[in-house]
Design a protein around this ligand. Structure first.
Ligand SMILES: [Zn+2]
Length: 512
């Protein structure tokens, strides 16, 4: 039997820290449930002392999941450690995760502390955390730029004080696989008692090597790896969970390790995170990108048709990828729709089923063939529910290359309809301005993106809009075979979320 590597997911903490990736409380809880279904071992739910929102999110996640360890991050400050312990009260398996910087550059410029002072703090705060929680993880921030001899002393101190997990972060994404491998080996040789605790790696992707460094750590004996869904995170991001997991899965004999992850849940989890933060998955993204399994070049196609393993090292089914093939049409009934959704692994309430079936029928009138990708887009779009403050009634847009774009938009609020006209740089700008006139406030447009669901002229366009106001960010989605018709509801969706308070802070403090 191969030994399992512990998969520590920090999408809700490190992932959320990256600009534009913030999530609301209910979104975090939804992602946590999905991570539990994916069978990650540890969910880092937030940084308890960072904000009230983070504290509440840890509490909510701790109350929601059952079979997963829930971790909360804390600096080496008594108040931070107590806040983490407090937020974790409802967790069945809580873990306090403490960190302090150990590289000279961080100690001199950020902490303004000597090596001896840092050693004393590590021992004292790990003991404090152990008094409040059985499971304590200790991280040496910027470990890969720390003098290795000093790093050994720091970890020795943490292990002696009772840390149950020792984490080695490549905080600034500086390391390379060879170096990271050698560092892990050195720590295993020189830190007394390290074989009695969990040894963990936490890699950032500044030089594009987060996944490679993480795998090098596994080869060197790391027993836990920290990663995020879609690799979201600070700057260039963290090691992508789906990539590390599929590398372990596909190259089992090389790594001599496996993990508990249900790989068939990977695609669905990646899509959910992508939809909730409003950041589409690039087509060439490893493992879950739209082209990851598309063997379109003639010679490859021929090879794949005669024997799939000629060019396919893993199957689309193994990651639960939805397929872009005809599944339903205009004449498919509610029963066929319901059973297909079930086969795709979704469980909907009666109400959700009713609404998505209506949208499916509407789409079937406009689009010849409906694929799993289309159905998935409908389900994801329905999930971006916002308080129904404003609803689109109708719009008329006049645009062209020789005239100024004009939009006439009518919205309904509390049964009363209001109409405004605005001009703008192009049809969408005009329409957004008309919406703002009706609402009586303006937003900063942070991002506006359109991408097609599947292929073909009649493909649906998925629009994601991000707006900012007073340091808060709201994301809106729209879906239609007509991109203008998708864009306006996306903007209204974002505005409703902003007005209804479903708008997390746009920026958070960066750590680890
Ligand atoms: Zn990090």
């Amino acid at each position: 039997m191969l030994e399992n590597v512990i998969i520590f997911d920090t999408t809700l903490r490190d992932g959320e820290q990256s600009p534009g990736c913030s999530m609301t409380l209910s979104e975090k809880v939804e992602i946590a449930s999905r991570l539990e279904a994916l069978r990650v071992d540890v969910i880092e739910a937030g940084f308890a002392a960072a904000s009230k929102g983070d504290f509440e999110a840890i509490r909510a996640v701790a109350g929601e999941v059952k079979d997963v360890v829930v971790a909360a991050l804390a600096r080496t400050l008594p108040a931070d450690i107590e806040a983490a312990a407090d937020a974790l009260k409802k967790a069945r398996r809580p873990r306090i995760h403490i960190f302090i910087a150990t590289s000279d550059i961080h100690m001199v410029h950020k902490l303004k502390k000597s090596r001896d002072e840092v050693l004393e703090i590590v021992g004292r705060t790990v003991r404090h955390a152990r008094n409040l929680c059985e499971d304590v993880e200790f991280s040496a921030e910027d470990a890969t730029r720390t003098d290795p001899d000093f790093l050994v002393r720091v970890f020795d101190q943490a292990v002696k004080a009772g840390a149950t997990v020792i984490n080695v972060p490549d905080t600034v994404g500086y390391s390379t696989p060879y170096e990271f491998h050698d560092l892990m080996i050195r720590l295993r040789e020189q830190v007394p008692g390290l074989d009695k605790v969990i040894l963990s790696a936490h890699c950032h992707n500044d030089l594009g090597m987060a996944v490679a460094n993480t795998l090098a750590a596994v080869r060197a004996g790391a027993t836990q790896i920290e990663c995020t869904i879609n690799g979201i995170g600070e700057r260039a991001g963290n090691a992508a969970l789906e990539e590390v997991v599929m590398a372990l899965h596909t190259r089992k004999s090389l790594f001599n390790r496996t993990c508990r992850i249900d790989t068939t849940q990977l695609y669905r989890t990646c899509k959910l995170v992508s939809a909730l933060i409003g950041r589409p998955i690039p087509a060439n993204k490893a493992v879950v990108g739209a082209n990851a399994f598309a063997h379109e070049a003639g010679i490859h196609q021929h090879g794949v048709l005669s024997e799939t393993t000629t060019y396919e090292i893993m199957t689309p089914q193994s990651v639960g990828l939805a397929e872009n093939k005809l599944v339903l049409g205009k004449h498919s009934g509610r029963h066929a729709f319901e059973s297909r959704i079930g086969q795709m692994g979704y469980r909907l309430t009666e109400d959700e089923l009713h609404r998505s079936f209506d949208r499916f029928k509407d789409l079937a009138d406009r689009k010849k063939t409906i694929t799993e990708l289309d159905i998935e887009a409908i389900l994801q779009d329905g999930r971006m529910d916002a308080p129904p403050i404003y609803r689109l009634e109708r719009f008329i847009i006049n645009s062209g290359n020789t005239i100024t774009a004009t939009a006439n938009v009518s919205l309904v609020r509390n049964g009363k309809s209001r109409e405004k006209v605005a001009v703008g740089d192009g049809p969408m700008d005009a329409a957004f301005k008309a919406v703002e006139k009706i609402i009586g406030t303006s937003f900063q447009l942070e991002d506006y993106s359109v991408h097609s669901v599947g292929a073909g002229k009649d493909a649906q366009g998925e629009v994601v809009v991000k707006i900012r106001k007073n340091g808060r960010l709201a994301t809106g989605h729209g879906l239609s075979t007509d991109v203008v018709e998708a864009g306006i509801p996306a903007y209204i969706n974002a505005a409703n979320r902003m007005l209804g308070g479903l708008c997390p802070p746009a920026e958070s403090e960066a750590v680890l």
